[in-house]
Design a protein around this ligand. Structure first.
Ligand SMILES: [Zn+2]
Ligand SMILES: [Zn+2]
Length: 167
């Protein structure tokens, strides 16, 4: 796990920007919310600490963090359309998405890296990334008797790319 507060402060400094109280709040909120929150969820939570915060500041900060590679935006098929933000991007990992409650569980699977490398060789391409999203019902939803509507098939999606925004 990266120390995002320090990393972001250093990069801001090298770009002539600075770590404002609102940026710090957005970062600490992102860290405190597990499960890959959306920008709106970060906003709703952070606003409790600073009612003057507005959503566009949250979006702008998240775009900048994404462009710097400090967070990775994820889009999970079948989930709401907003991107969700992933702090755990330092290590390659994959996701399980609960189609009922939206819970995201991370896992890593070295065998997938082997598959990626194999297909890179076969296709004569350079593989830079791979994201596996397994879908279904989490343990809590299964215990609660929720019925799956989504089949629960695994699916490979690419990480959504976001454009660079100004700081
Ligand atoms: Zn993740
Ligand atoms: Zn669930």
């Amino acid at each position: 796990m990266v120390d995002i507060q320090n990393d972001a402060a250093e990069r801001l400094h090298s770009q002539g920007g600075r770590m404002t109280a609102q940026r710090r709040l957005i970062l600490s909120t992102l860290e405190s919310l597990s499960g890959h929150p959306t920008a709106e969820q970060i906003y709703e939570q952070a606003r409790l600490s600073d009612p003057r915060l507005n959503l566009s500041t949250v979006y702008r900060t998240l775009r900048w963090l994404s462009a710097e590679g400090l967070v990775s935006p994820q889009r999970f098929e079948g989930q709401q359309r907003q991107g969700r933000f992933d702090l755990g991007q330092a290590e390659a990992h994959h996701h399980f998405l609960c189609v009922s409650c939206g819970r995201v569980i991370e896992f890593s699977e070295p065998a997938l890296e082997v598959i990626g490398a194999k297909w890179g060789r076969r296709l004569h391409v350079r593989v830079d990334g791979m994201t596996l999203v397994l879908r279904g019902l989490c343990e809590a939803c299964r215990s609660a008797g929720v019925q799956a509507t989504d089949g629960g098939h695994g699916e490979v999606v690419s990480t959504a790319s976001m454009r660079v925004g100004s700081v």
